[in-house]
Design a protein around this ligand. Structure first.
Ligand SMILES: [Zn+2]
Length: 417
């Protein structure tokens, strides 16, 4: 009953505000559709979610996971064929939001700030396709069907055309190893839509996200896309893709999203609420990325949501962490051969290091002798690393290598006393 009231409330809000815009997120609708389409879907999804909620994943120090993304632009009109820059802006938004580097973190109320998490998940436009060939990670396909983004409406024999080349859409790439995002015109029906995890078992070729072309990437001040113009539809939908659910449900019922540090709320928040808000009599996290608030007013995932997403990435979606889709993506070279100087050369008791420019991040410094024996190894910073003690070195040739951002420069120096 509560659910029904909640749905009615939702429809009421849309009509009261005169908001004829597309549904913010059709994840719950798609889950119900899949439950009807695939016998056993509901049970399988429940098993997956139960397993996740029993997993306690260590969110302490670990390395960043980079998920390879392929963006399928399926366009009917030319204006739906959005630019490379627009697509890249979406990846930037994701990397800011998932790493807690988004500018609006300062607006998170003090009560919730300790709960805001750097998920240590990043995204790249795939640099290798499933056959191992270099790629931009962008697949453009012109279709003869309008509104293919409306996956609930544009179907043939009950199947959405969007996900299949032979039906006028485009096939996804190996959905186990790539995050597939289809960008298409939903003709005002949805903004974003993501299936539940059990889709992996029932329709893996449809395992990905669909986002309306108008809301993909950072659209800056676009009035057409406002208030969903900052690329956070993808942030929200990828939350679903990694196992997150909406945080609303029966105030007295079971936790609707299976995450402890997201307060339960009776219904979604829209717009840009002021602090505090409470629909279940507690202070609620309207600024969470899994809410329905305006793009400008959502700002965080919690540590509990991070743990759940990492459980998914170490469980049902572990294929993404084993993917080589981002393999060619070394960052731009941060320094050239002449960025580092050693002096004097020959040296006697001290090798001075001269950085001609600041090198970003940690530098892995290693010194070996002519026989290849490691004599010195340390992690340094170009800001304060200035010398290596050579008092105990005997005369001869030595090699010092500097490794930063996957680039290595090796310098030769002679010790002569
Ligand atoms: Zn959603």
């Amino acid at each position: 009953m509560r659910k029904l009231l909640s749905s009615i409330f939702f429809i009421l809000i849309l009509s009261l505000t005169g908001n004829t815009q597309a549904t913010r997120c059709a994840h719950d609708w798609l889950r119900e559709t899949h439950e009807q389409r695939f016998p056993g879907f509901q049970e399988q999804n429940a098993v997956i979610e139960q397993n996740l909620s029993h997993t306690t994943y260590n969110t302490g120090q670990r390395s960043v996971i980079t998920i390879p993304v392929v963006v399928h632009i399926v366009y009917y009109e030319e204006n739906e064929d959005i630019s490379d820059l627009q697509i890249q802006s979406q990846i930037e938004v994701l990397n800011e939001d998932f790493r807690l580097l988004n500018e609006n973190v300062n607006g998170i109320p003090a009560e919730f700030q300790p709960l805001a998490a750097d998920t240590e998940i990043e995204f790249c436009l795939a640099s290798l396709d499933p056959e191992g060939r270099p790629t931009t990670g962008i697949n453009r396909v012109q279709t003869t069907y309008e509104c293919l983004g409306d996956i609930g409406g544009v179907k043939v024999n009950g199947t959405s055309r969007l996900f299949y080349s032979e039906l006028g859409g485009t096939d996804g790439w190996d959905t186990e190893h790539y995050l597939n995002i289809w960008v298409a015109n939903s003709c005002g029906v949805y903004i974003g839509i993501t299936p539940s995890l059990a889709v992996m078992d029932f329709a893996p070729e449809e395992d990905g996200i669909v986002i309306d072309y108008k809301y993909f990437g950072n659209n800056c001040n676009s009035s057409e896309a406002s208030p969903y113009h900052l690329g956070r539809t993808a942030t929200h939908e990828i939350g679903h893709f990694l196992g997150l659910r909406h945080p609303w449900g029966d105030c007295d019922g079971e936790d609707p999203d299976f995450v402890e540090d997201t307060p339960i709320q009776a219904e979604p928040f829209f717009g840009c609420p002021s602090y505090p808000q409470g629909t279940c009599g507690i202070s609620e996290m309207y600024m969470n990325f899994m809410n329905y608030t305006d793009d400008a007013c959502m700002a965080m995932f919690t540590h509990g949501q991070k743990a759940r997403m990492l459980s998914v990435l170490n469980g049902p979606r572990s294929g993404l962490t084993e993917s080589v889709g981002c393999a060619l993506l070394d960052p731009p070279l941060p320094f050239g051969e002449d960025a580092i100087g050693l002096y004097p050369n020959p040296a006697t008791n001290c090798i001075h290091i001269d950085f001609n420019a600041e090198i970003p991040g940690d530098i892995d410094v290693e010194m070996v002798n002519a026989a290849g024996q490691v004599l010195y190894r340390n992690i340094e910073s170009s800001r304060n690393f200035r010398s290596i003690d050579a008092i105990n070195l005997s005369n001869g040739i030595y090699f010092i290598s500097f490794r930063a951002a996957k680039q290595t420069i090796t310098k030769k120096i002679m010790i002569a006393k």
